[in-house]
Ligand binder design. Structure first.
Ligand code: FES
Length: 175
């Protein structure tokens, strides 16, 4: 009887630690944009969760990433409505303009291109969502044509350049 109680307590404790794993992983990813291995090992140690279990969680949930991403994360919707409205061409134009394959990050870490099944905004098809990792902003662009894509990419380039000027200006002030 005592043994059953002990097992129940152990089981409950383990469940609580495993439940804490997902929020911990979300916090790490919120900070770094992905989950660095060193941080993953540290959180597993702190929560007493096997590393293999943590990896199974990370690979199960599409939200988690184990590789660094670019400043801008560009998601092209590949759902049916967007496909019908030309998201395949949009993805081609985007990957060609950035010189990066889908699910990859460009060399300067300015952009990562990803695809998703459906954003739930089918009336706006084709849809492109841009997440700015630096400003922590997310923008949804609908009915994205080739011209509109060019203007979006030029806007993102301007944002990068103006942010870089701010950083350089701040460095000049502190030098
Ligand atoms: S199919 Fe693209 S938003 Fe639904």
């Amino acid at each position: 009887m005592g043994r059953t109680t002990e097992n129940t307590v152990d089981c409950e404790g383990s469940r609580v630690q495993r439940c804490a794993l997902i929020p911990a992983l979300q916090a790490i990813q919120g900070r770094y944009g992905y989950i660095p291995e060193a941080e993953l090992k540290a959180v597993c140690k702190r929560l007493n969760v096997p590393l293999a279990h943590a990896y199974s969680v990370i690979t199960f949930y599409a939200q988690f990433r184990v590789r660094p991403v670019g400043r801008f994360l560009l998601y092209v919707c590949r759902g049916t409505a967007c496909h019908v409205k030309g998201s395949g061409g949009l993805l081609d134009n985007l990957t060609e303009a950035l010189g990066v394959a889908p699910q990859e990050t460009n060399e300067e870490y300015s952009a990562t291109v990803e695809t998703v099944a459906c954003f739930g905004a089918c009336a706006l098809a084709p849809v492109l969502v841009v997440e700015d990792q630096l400003r922590r902003e997310r923008r949804v662009y609908g009915q994205v044509t080739a011209d509109k894509l060019r203007s979006i990419l030029s806007e993102l380039k301007s944002m990068r350049e103006s942010d870089l000027e701010v950083v350089l200006h701040e460095q000049d002030q502190t030098a």
